[in-house]
Design a protein around this ligand. Sequence first.
Ligand code: ATP
Length: 516
Amino acid sequence: MSNELDSFKEIISHCKEYGYVFPSSEIYDGLAAVYDYGPYGAELKKNIRDYWWQAMVLINDDVVGIDAAIFMNPKTWKASGHVDNFNDPMIDNKDSKKRYRADVLIEDYIEKYRQKIDKEVAKGIKRFGENFDEAQFRATNPNVLRTQQKIDEVESRFKEAINSGNLADVKQLIVDLEIACPESGSKNWTDVRQFNLMFSTQMGSVADDSGVIYLRPETAQGIFVNFLNVQKSARRKVPFGIAQTGKAFRNEIVARQFLFRMKEFEQMEMQFFVRPGTEMEWYEHWKQKRMNWHLSLGLNKDKYRFHNHVNLAHYANAAVDIEYNFPIGFKEVEGIHSRTDFDLKRHEQESGRKLRYFDPEINESYVPYVVETSIGLDRMFLLILSNAYTVEQLEQDGKTSERTVLKIPPVLAPVKLAILSLVKKDGLDEKAMQIFNDLRFDFACQYDEKDAIGRRYRRQDAIGTPYCITIDYDTITDNSVTVRYRDSMEQKRVKIDELRAEMQAELNVSKLLRNL
Ligand code: ATP
């Protein structure tokens, strides 16, 4: 784990050095859990957002997009339950003075036991090879069963305590499990308290309670309140979905994990409105579809898993997380939730307006059920970087060297092509500039003529450019260039006339979308 944490630290410093992510307002020592995206970061983030939008809105006839405001009538948050219930149970360690989420401390404790089981399974695979039956092993191995029983006990105690709002029992569980502060190792805990995560501010010039307004803690409510506006104006029939991307704000208690948990972040959400009773089919449909989206990017399949929620929120009848094995362990990157008709019904009650759909197929009017997919853009960004960041040892001519390379999926890379002139003379630079000026209208290109070619390759590796195009002396005579592939470092000659088509084939987003 410590190696992995080191790699997390390396990723953070790499992000800063190469213009991906900076601490916000750094000249004033920054602001906890708030970050700014630099030139390459802004491009990568935009490319992830675009790929999501294309996959959700562009190629699905039954999904339309909107862009709702961050500020909403505060009654929205009363109706959604956020004013009364958007709390995290927090606990402080009296020695280190660090604040933790009680549920996260318990989840981390459980995760250690899960890893124990995974280790047993790995041992089994090693011992029995091809004949290994994992399902049977998990169901019968005494060590696995004992550990699973322990997990089940902890989960059930936690669920009971949190669902009944019994915070003293949550604390007792932490004490009984002898959970220590990860920072100080001390078990000297305060009581558990609830903490509301919404940021509030004032609208208007009078600072009294009547002007209190919230920064939205999720984008979803902008979709719920617009359900009928969109359904009518876009002339949609249920089932259909509404998607949007945008900022959300949460006053997170534990915010020590870089982009993983920020106070200001961006969500990409889609609410799919369905006929009551059909929600489980749609839930399975979107669960699969969203996992396919992740895998379509060529990311490591073994690092993904589904994790069913232990604690279903009171309004949900099914919920699953797509988790990824970040350097800080398996963590949620996306949630798929079957939210029943809770939100629309609550908005009907609070606003006094009907939010119903007349279904001509069954001649009935109803409040639709909702299946939502909700992914954090910044978390996805961190996932891409965690998956991409690689330090490689290279052997060449008896010498060892090291390169740091970001193996970002080519379609998402901030710079797609680097156009490099081998030397800055003899007309090579002019030829390179000509190619650059031609290709920049089709691809995000960068022209670089400074330093030796090897150093320029390293620079492009470090920002994740998938293809370097080098113009050398042969180019003048054979009208070809060298294309160097970032991941394999292989090189091949390509005719200038064929370069655009060749690169378009490599960077073909529509091919990925067609396979979804
Ligand atoms: P967590 O359990 O990690 O706090 P959550 O279950 O509260 O997350 P949701 O409310 O379901 O998260 O939000 C949907 C998605 O938004 C999450 O899967 C995550 O990718 C992203 N997200 C939520 N909170 C944050 C945050 N503070 N910083 C960055 N991304 C976040």
